[in-house]
Design a protein around this ligand. Structure first.
Ligand code: UDP
Length: 489
């Protein structure tokens, strides 16, 4: 009888922590639970190679995964210097890196039969067809934003222009409409390059064998219903199926090596249960100097224990540190940006961490009781899976949609509202206290713990997301057999 070869999948991860982390979790999941061999390509810009290696260094359990970091490329000369769109930077970087990836694939002794791309690397899909690989796209986001991305090519120019010019909601069949207040740059500049590249991605996605999303059935039943086979959007696909496979979340890592992190976690050990609010704005999030001072005062007013990941303030650039978190400054310069005496006044109750904190570990710690977050999808999932309610403070990308999902549909967050150019200290203090002490009748803490349990169930054996990956594995096996038989093996 024939020996079944292992399925070898190549996964492409576009630059940025929010893309690298979930890709790594998918790779681990496929090797440990579904018997795959996996090669991951981490594509890097010239400024994020150190961040990429740092995160790989901090990740355990990479055994058996073949990691290839592509040579860094610089695309700054191809961008509008006055408006260097984040999405476009990533897309151009991917395009420049493709020849290297293709040559690596062609030189492998056991070439992969499956290619998995993300939302920013769909331009690699024609290559997969040329190489007779089956193709999947992993959208490391929720079903609602996935639905928009997938449905984009079916939206008329007129719909976009009514959205951009008249501020009408963008209607997505079977899903909540996207309010103008929650929109993204590619949707409001319908004739610009970032819109075009989004549209291209949407068209490419229509050709794949399957679409994987980092969400689960019970978290977003309505949007998922629209997307799955025979759903109002799902039926537009002749071939591929949409699968929720999440929540894939970075686990708590052993911290022996990391001195700075030990100090934070030891401090947490000494605090009462659910008494500390954690504040972080993701790998990219930055705010103005004025807003940062106001946040500091708001934090003091709230009278809560805290851990705050503080970055150097940068004016008018919400994602200034996306590719290089090290740009965020260091401990000795932090005091320059905080109100005078802040660090001293709060030293008994709080910690300011420069640049980067062990977020997964902090959120999982029993002393952590709330999270002020920019609503990056990985942060959101980490918070839910730790049973921690949130203050939603969205900054860029699809974060405003995420904030709406959390505060209006799931009821696990309260949302910051623009009350002037700068969000006031009074509002900040009120929202933090709302999550930490006077929740009222909103029951956020109870709800988030229910979602935590349903998420854990989804990825356990026989859970809905686990079953999705089993189905994908079966489909890949069938194709692999066919191609082996075709070659007379
Ligand atoms: N992260 C971290 N420490 C930090 C900031 C971020 O460990 O100080 C991790 C966080 O746990 C998450 C990822 O980086 O896994 C950020 O992804 P997310 O989707 O939340 O936001 P993005 O950075 O893509 O905007």
């Amino acid at each position: 009888s024939m020996v079944t070869p292992k399925i070898h999948a190549a996964i492409l991860a576009s630059p940025g922590m929010g893309h690298i982390i979930p890709t790594m979790e998918l790779a681990k999941r496929l090797t440990t639970h579904h018997g795959f061999d996996v090669t991951v390509f981490f594509v890097t810009t010239d400024s994020d190679t150190t961040t990429t290696s740092k995160i790989l260094e901090l990740t355990s359990n990479l055994n058996g995964i073949n990691v290839i970091i592509t040579p860094p490329v610089d695309v700054s000369d191809k961008l509008d210097p006055n408006n260097p769109s984040l999405g476009l930077t990533i897309v151009l970087t991917m395009i420049e890196s493709l020849p290297f990836i293709q040559s690596q694939l062609l030189s492998m002794k056991f070439p992969p039969s499956v290619l998995i791309v993300d939302l920013f690397s769909t331009m690699a899909l024609p290559m997969a067809r040329d190489l007779h690989m089956s193709s999947y796209v992993f959208l490391a986001t929720n079903a609602w934003f996935s639905a928009v991305s997938i449905y984009l090519p079916f939206l008329t120019k007129e719909a976009f222009s009514r959205h951009a010019n008249n501020h009408e909601p963008l209607l997505i069949p079977g899903c909540e409409p996207i309010r103008f207040e929650d929109t993204l740059e590619p949707f409001v500049s319908p004739w610009g390059p970032s819109h075009e590249s989004f549209l291209e991605a949407g068209k490419e996605i229509l050709s794949v064998d399957g679409i994987l999303m980092n969400t689960w059935q019970d978290l977003e039943p309505v949007s998922i219903k629209a997307l799955t086979k025979n759903g109002i959007i799902g039926r537009l696909f002749s071939k591929g199926t949409v699968y929720p496979i999440g929540p894939l979340v970075r686990p708590v890592e052993p911290a022996e090596k990391r001195e700075g992190e030990k100090v934070i976690l030891r401090w947490l050990d000494q605090q009462p249960d659910e008494s500390v609010i954690y504040l972080s704005f993701g790998s990219g999030g930055t705010m103005s100097k004025g807003q940062m001072r106001e946040l500091a005062y708001g934090l003091e007013l709230s009278q809560q224990r805290f851990i705050w990941v503080v970055r150097q303030p940068i004016e008018d650039d919400a994602f200034a540190t996306f590719f290089d978190t090290a740009k965020g400054g260091n401990a000795s310069t932090l005091v320059d940006y905080l109100p005078e005496g802040f660090v001293n006044r709060t030293k008994e109750v709080g910690i300011c961490v420069p640049m980067w904190a062990p977020q997964a570990e902090i959120l999982k710690h029993p002393a952590t009781g709330g999270f002020v977050t920019h609503c990056g999808w990985n942060s959101v999932l980490e918070s839910i899976l730790s049973g921690v309610p949130m203050v939603a403070w969205p900054l860029y990308a699809e974060q405003k949609m995420n904030a709406t999902l959390l505060s209006e549909e799931l009821g696990v967050a309260v949302r910051v509202k623009a009350d002037g150019e700068i969000i006031s200290r009074e509002q900040i203090a009120k929202l933090i206290r709302r999550v930490m002490v006077d929740e009222g009748d909103i029951g956020m803490r109870v709800k988030v713990k229910e979602y935590k349990l349903s998420g854990e169930k989804a990825i356990s054996v026989f859970g809905s997301s686990h079953e999705s990956l089993c189905q994908i594995t079966k489909d890949c096996e069938i194709l692999l057999h066919q191609s082996f038989e075709g070659k007379g093996c």
